[in-house]
Write a protein that binds this ligand. Structure first.
Ligand code: PLP
Length: 399
């Protein structure tokens, strides 16, 4: 790494003056918590994904928890999800008192519908698919299974704001939907960020009302109106709810992030295409899966290493990239690998072989709209250098 090239981090948020001005305006407005700006953010996001109802929450984790709990998932139920996900997906199932059941992934890193069917029991209540890296799951197959067995579908769309499945955005539910609810993440590293935040969408007004009440302490009416002229001091608590609301300070960031999503996705796609072009014909590498059914939003660029052709491990690959000034990451450490889940998932681990294999061989390269063409070239050159130095000669050259 030359001194002229600073370290290129694996992820950076794309924040500019619009977000800063809007946050400043909120700070000057006298109203900091959930209020009119959050309402506007909810309305704009609902329109963007094509959902009749959207609830802003302080994380995707909160959104998943609300959706599961408000749709009645609880003790005695089993919920099928993927081992290739962030712990939040499984933790929220546990928080309802239900039991998470893991169904392995396919080569596209997404939950495999055939594996879902194998895990269904009389106790199964819901399926929580994750659109890994921004590539939509095979939703028609998942919805067909759900319909056949009378199951709920709650989508973990943490990676998938702007992803389209069969020409419709993830979250689309204007004409009804076979998913009960869809949860998005606005965490710091996600495609749309508010620092921390999330949104949950649904076509079902009653479910939305339940989630809205649970989201803010179980209070039965719009608390944010309480302090305005149209509001009143009176409120009633009707349930032991949570504290999951999103503040206007965060929504001020989100509104402008949302308006730039299409531009962001175009830039992310350009970068992914340059990577694909550079790595597509290298036998030591496998570029990420795509699908004709999906407009990928390219949240992550997950590159697979053909370790049989390399003298280094995935961990060594990441170390060498770091010495060349490039940050990388890994998505995800499969659920059964974590100590907390290990005991209950000891047997399940044997059913998650594809997740284990892909986990060992996959690395996420830097991918964000703020990367310059020169940054992208640097990443490509670094990957090629590391691979060149580590390629095992397969053809024996006996002279
Ligand atoms: C980031 C992430 C979450 C959690 O999102 P938060 O907004 O941080 O709660 C859930 N699921 C997946 C797959 C994620 O990547």
């Amino acid at each position: 790494m030359s001194d002229a090239s600073p370290f290129l981090p694996y992820n950076l948020p794309s924040i500019d003056e619009q977000e800063i001005a809007e946050v400043t305006a909120v700070l000057r407005s006298g109203w900091l918590t959930t209020g009119p700006v959050t309402q506007r953010f909810e309305a704009e996001l609902a329109e963007y994904v094509g959902a009749p109802h959207a609830l802003a929450v302080n994380s995707c984790t909160a959104g998943l928890h609300l959706a599961l709990q408000a749709s009645g998932v609880g003790p005695g139920d089993e919920v099928i999800t993927t081992p290739m996900t962030f712990c939040a997906t499984v933790n929220t199932i546990l928080h309802t008192g239900a039991k998470p059941v893991l169904a392995d992934i396919g080569d596209d890193f997404n939950i495999d519908p055939a594996q879902i069917e194998r895990k269904i029991t009389p106790l199964t209540r819901a399926i929580v698919p994750v659109h890994m890296a921004g590539l939509a799951c095979d939703m028609d197959a998942i919805w067909a299974i759900a319909q056949k067995h009378g199951l709920l579908v709650i989508e973990d769309a943490a990676h998938a704001i702007g992803t389209q499945y069969k020409q419709r955005p993830i979250g689309y539910s204007l004409s009804g939907s076979r998913s009960t609810a869809v949860a998005f993440s606005f965490y710091a590293t996600k495609n749309l960020t508010t620092g921390e935040g999330g949104m949950v969408t649904t076509h079902d007004p009653q479910l939305m009302e339940k989630m809205r009440i649970l989201c803010l302490h179980g209070i039965s009416r719009d608390a944010w109106k309480r302090y305005s002229q149209s509001g009143s001091w009176f409120y009633e608590v009707v349930e032991a709810g949570y504290k999951y609301n999103l503040s206007d300070l965060q929504s001020a960031i989100g509104i402008h992030q949302l308006r730039k999503q299409e531009t962001f996705i175009r830039r992310r796609t350009e970068i992914a295409e340059r990577y694909n072009e550079a790595f597509g014909s290298m036998p030591e590498l496998r570029v990420p899966p795509q699908s004709e059914d999906c407009r990928h939003c390219w949240h992550l660029y997950m590159l697979r290493l053909a370790l049989g052709r390399l003298s280094i491990s995935r961990a060594e690959f990441i170390e060498r990239m770091k010495t060349l000034g490039i940050g990388c990451s890994v998505h995800f450490i499969p659920i059964p690998c974590h100590p907390y889940f290990a005991a209950s998932a000891a047997e399940e681990r044997n059913h998650c072989l594809r997740s284990m294999e892909l986990y060992e061989t996959t690395v996420s390269l830097p991918l964000y709209p703020g990367m310059s063409d020169v940054d992208v070239t640097r990443v490509i050159e670094a990957v090629k250098n590391v691979i060149q130095d580590a390629t095992v000669s397969i053809v024996s050259t006996t002279a």
